[in-house]
Design a protein around this ligand. Structure first.
Ligand SMILES: *Cc1c(COP(=O)(O)O)cnc(C)c1O
Length: 426
């Protein structure tokens, strides 16, 4: 069992003993009513690290003082800028450095990866995905199927959730792969389901997919910076993610992509650009594209320095904290919120997210038992009282205590705010 207590004294003692407590001071916490808001929305937009402003200003200064020369003589020469985030990002996702690259946005990377990794044939035309996926993923996959001249009604196979609240069991995935695998070119699943917060077993899915001859890729939007991932060891062919959620790199920040090292030198078809060309000869400006080995070979353009600077600043905090320590705190912190909801709010709320800590990250998705209208009313009450979560149609409130900046006291405060609504609406 656990040692949790629903008291301020207990929560404050936990926060005081938290080895990661100083990281909260590294962030701007949005204010509410003279104090700090209780921010539970790191799953949607992570908070701003205080070091970001100086990081951007340093690049602005180099631009104003050195202009084009900053590519070579800047404090952080722009020529190599995307490489400055590589090691830290590889560490966060559990990959080798040459397997990851920061570029574009998530949706763009998903399409670029599919150019290389979705190669449908008449015998094997299909993509296997989850029903209820994030819209971009469905739109991207459906449009790729159409682009190749196949029919989404037949060749986009969606696995229906088989558990309460939209949970999708591993058995259902296994059954779908066993049934459809022989005609599936690509399996694409999330690391963490955005609406339910459910975690998927990447290594097992790769194993099942590869056994049937399928390529396997992941959308890690809600997994990166949330779970201690082992992307290389999972054997996944590719993965994509954004960096503005748990990675705190700012609105619309530069996204990430992973290409497993077994494809690092493969002559995969791709959409090419000069920044993906072999570094040694890029500036010879020759007509023949020779890809840089590894994930860098999928870059199109010279990188957006002002957008990478915040990612670099943010990743420094992840390097200092370490994913293993963050994941350990996250389990306990989310476990505390889960326990508080189950013990204090069981009549009002259902938790959709699996109770098993191995099947969830920071996020808890809850539904108000009284239905959608009551759910909207509770959500409005939370907003009024400075508890910031988010609403996902049709009826889910997502609350994500993140281990870098959330406290045990925040979890208690959120539950007390919900309890005060429960009292008035009863
Ligand atoms: C957040 C999220 C996106 C957003 O895509 P962008 O290209 O960054 O706008 C896409 N897919 C999933 C699963 C997400 O969680």
């Amino acid at each position: 069992m656990n040692d949790f207590e629903a008291t301020r004294a207990w929560a404050e003692a936990q926060d005081a003993a938290d080895p990661l407590r100083s990281f909260r001071d590294a962030f701007h916490i949005p204010p509410h009513d003279g104090g700090d808001a209780l921010y539970f929305c790191g799953n949607s937009l992570g908070l701003q690290p205080k070091t970001v402003r100086a990081a951007i200003e340093a690049e602005l200064a180099d631009w104003s003082e050195l202009a084009v020369e900053a590519h070579f003589r800047g404090r952080s020469p722009w020529m190599h800028y995307h490489e400055y985030v590589r090691d830290a990002m590889a560490e966060v996702v559990g990959a080798q450095p040459h397997e990851v690259v920061a570029m574009n946005s998530l949706g763009v990377n998903l399409h670029l990866m599919m150019v290389s990794f979705y190669r449908p044939t008449a015998e094997r035309p299909a993509i296997l995905m989850e029903a209820g996926a994030f819209p971009t993923d469905r739109y991207a996959l459906e449009s790729q199927v159409r682009f190749h001249g196949f029919d989404p009604s037949r060749d986009l196979v969606e696995i229906a959730p088989d558990g309460p609240g939209g949970i999708l069991s591993l058995e259902a995935i296994e059954r779908a792969i066993a049934e459809h695998g022989h005609r599936v070119a690509l399996i694409l699943l999330p690391g963490v389901q955005y609406r339910t917060g459910q975690v998927f077993d990447l290594a097992r899915i790769v194993q099942l997919g590869h056994a049937q001859g399928c390529v396997v890729g992941f959308d890690l939007a809600h997994a990166v910076g949330n779970l201690a991932l082992a992307l290389h060891d999972s054997g996944a062919d590719f993965a994509v993610w954004c960096t503005y959620k748990y990675l705190n790199a700012g609105p619309g920040a530069v996204a990430g992509a992973f290409v497993h090292e077994r494809h690092a030198r493969a002559e995969l078809p791709r959409f090419a650009g000069w920044w993906g060309h072999d570094k040694a000869t890029r500036f010879q400006m020759g007509p023949q594209f020779v890809p840089t080995p590894g994930a860098d070979g999928w870059q199109l353009s010279n990188p957006p320095i002002l957008a990478l600077a915040p990612l670099r600043a943010s990743l420094e905090l992840f390097t200092q904290a370490g994913m293993a320590r963050l994941a350990a705190k996250s389990r306990r912190l989310t476990g505390y919120l889960d326990w508080l909801i189950r013990t204090r709010l069981a009549e009002t709320l259902d938790i959709v997210t699996p109770n098993d800590p191995a099947q969830r990250g920071a996020q808890l998705s809850v539904r108000v038992r009284a239905g959608r209208d009551a759910g909207r009313a509770l959500f409005a009450h939370l907003e009024r009282h400075g508890v910031i979560g988010d609403w996902r149609e049709p009826d889910v409130i997502r609350l994500s205590p993140t281990p870098l900046y959330n406290r045990y006291l925040d979890c208690l405060g959120a539950v007390e705010t919900i309890a005060s609504w429960q009292a008035t609406s009863a």
